[in-house]
Design a protein around this ligand. Structure first.
Ligand SMILES: C[S@@+](CC[C@H](N)C(=O)[O-])C[C@H]1O[C@@H](n2cnc3c(N)ncnc32)[C@H](O)[C@@H]1O
Ligand SMILES: Nc1nc2[nH]cc(C(=O)O)c2c(=O)[nH]1
Ligand code: SF4
Ligand SMILES: [Mg+2]
Length: 262
C-alpha cells in the first residue's frame, strides 16, 4: 500500500508541468496567524496556517479558490522550508505551537523537510487533505485530517488512494475523517466512509453554500442558512443514532464569515 506514496501518483500527474512544484520548494498561497483552528479534531487550538497553492481537485463549493484556481497562480510563492519556518517563528513570537498545513492540496507539495525542521524547534504539525495523494511523510505529522469529498462536490473518491493515505499516516499520527455535508446524499457518503474506517474518529461539517467565486474579494456569508444546515445535520445524526460522529461548525466562519487570513 505504502508503495503508492510516490511522487508520480496519478492524481498528481493530472496537474500541468507548471502546476507541479519544483523539487525542494513549496508553493505557498498564504501564511497567517496565530488564529484558532476552526475545524475538526483540533478545533479551537491556537495555530499558524501555511496554505499551499495548487489542487488536483476542483470542488463545486470550494471556499479557498484563491489557492486552487490557476488564475491565482502568480500569487503563489515558491518558498524554501527555511523561509516558511522563519515566517511561522516570526508570527508565533518564537513560541512553538500547532502549524496547520492546508491548501489547495498540501499533499502535492514536498512538506517532509518542513515538518522535520519545525519538530526540531518544538512545533507540531496538522495537515488537511482530501485523500487523493498519499505521501510517506504523512507518518511525520502529529495530526492528519482526511476530508474525502461527498457527491455535492462533484469529485470522485479513489478509495484505494484514500486507503493509502490512512496507511501512510501509520500508528504515530492522529488521523481523523472530516466530511462536509450539504444534503442527504452527502450524509450517506459520510456514513460509507466511516463504515470503511471504523477505527477513525469522524467529524461532520455543515457545508457553506456561500463560499464566493473567483471574482469575489470578500464574499458575503449566509450565516442563517449555514446554521439551519447545522441544525438539520444535528437532528439527522441524533435521529439516526450515529453516536460515534462529532458534528462541528466551521468556527472561523461563525466568527469571521468568509474573511481570508483568519
Ligand atoms: C479548503 S480545504 C483545503 C484542504 C484540502 N484540499 C481538503 O479539501 O481537505 C480545507 C477544508 O475546508 C473544507 N471546505 C471547503 N469548502 C467548504 C465549504 N464550502 N463548506 C464547508 N467546508 C468546506 C474542505 O472540505 C476541507 O475539509
Ligand atoms: N481558522 C481557520 N480554521 C481553518 N480550518 C481549516 C481551514 C482551511 O481553510 O483549511 C481554516 C481556515 O482557513 N481558518
Ligand atoms: S480539495 Fe480542498 S482545496 Fe481542493 S478544490 Fe476541494 S475543497 Fe478546495
Ligand atoms: Mg477554509
Amino acid at each position: 500500500m505504502i508503495s503508492r506514496c510516490s511522487n508520480d501518483n496519478s492524481s498528481e500527474m493530472r496537474l500541468s508541468a507548471s502546476e507541479r512544484p519544483n523539487a525542494g520548494t513549496i508553493r505557498v498561497s498564504e501564511i497567517f496567524g496565530p488564529t484558532i483552528q476552526g475545524e475538526g479534531a483540533v478545533i479551537g487550538q491556537p495555530t499558524v496556517f501555511v496554505r499551499t497553492g495548487g489542487c488536483d481537485y476542483r470542488c463545486s463549493w470550494c471556499d479557498t479558490l484563491y489557492a486552487v484556481d490557476s488564475s491565482f497562480r502568480d500569487l503563489w510563492k515558491p518558498l524554501s522550508p527555511e523561509a516558511i519556518m522563519a515566517e511561522v517563528i516570526k508570527l508565533s513570537g518564537n513560541k512553538p505551537l500547532l502549524v496547520s498545513l492546508s491548501g489547495g492540496n498540501p499533499a502535492i507539495q514536498p512538506l517532509g523537510g518542513l515538518i522535520d525542521m519545525g519538530h526540531e524547534q518544538g512545533y507540531r504539525f496538522a495537515l488537511e487533505t482530501q485523500g487523493s495523494v498519499a505521501k510517506d511523510w504523512f507518518a511525520k505529522l502529529d495530526n492528519l485530517t482526511l476530508s474525502p469529498k461527498p457527491p455535492s462536490s462533484e469529485m470522485e473518491t479513489d478509495w484505494d488512494i484514500l486507503g493509502s493515505c490512512v496507511a501512510a499516516a501509520g500508528p504515530d499520527t492522529d488521523t481523523a475523517l472530516k466530511i462536509v455535508v450539504f444534503d442527504d446524499l452527502d450524509y450517506a457518503y459520510a456514513k460509507e466512509v466511516s463504515r470503511r474506517y471504523p477505527q477513525l474518529p469522524v467529524f461532520l461539517q455543515p457545508g457553506n453554500h456561500t463560499p464566493g467565486t473567483v471574482d469575489e474579494e470578500a464574499p458575503g456569508v449566509d450565516m442563517k442558512g449555514i446554521l439551519e444546515r447545522m441544525r438539520w445535520l444535528v437532528d439527522k445524526v441524533v435521529e439516526d443514532q450515529w453516536f460515534e460522529a462529532t458534528v462541528l461548525p466551521q468556527l472561523h466562519v461563525l466568527i469571521w464569515g468568509n474573511e481570508r487570513g483568519v
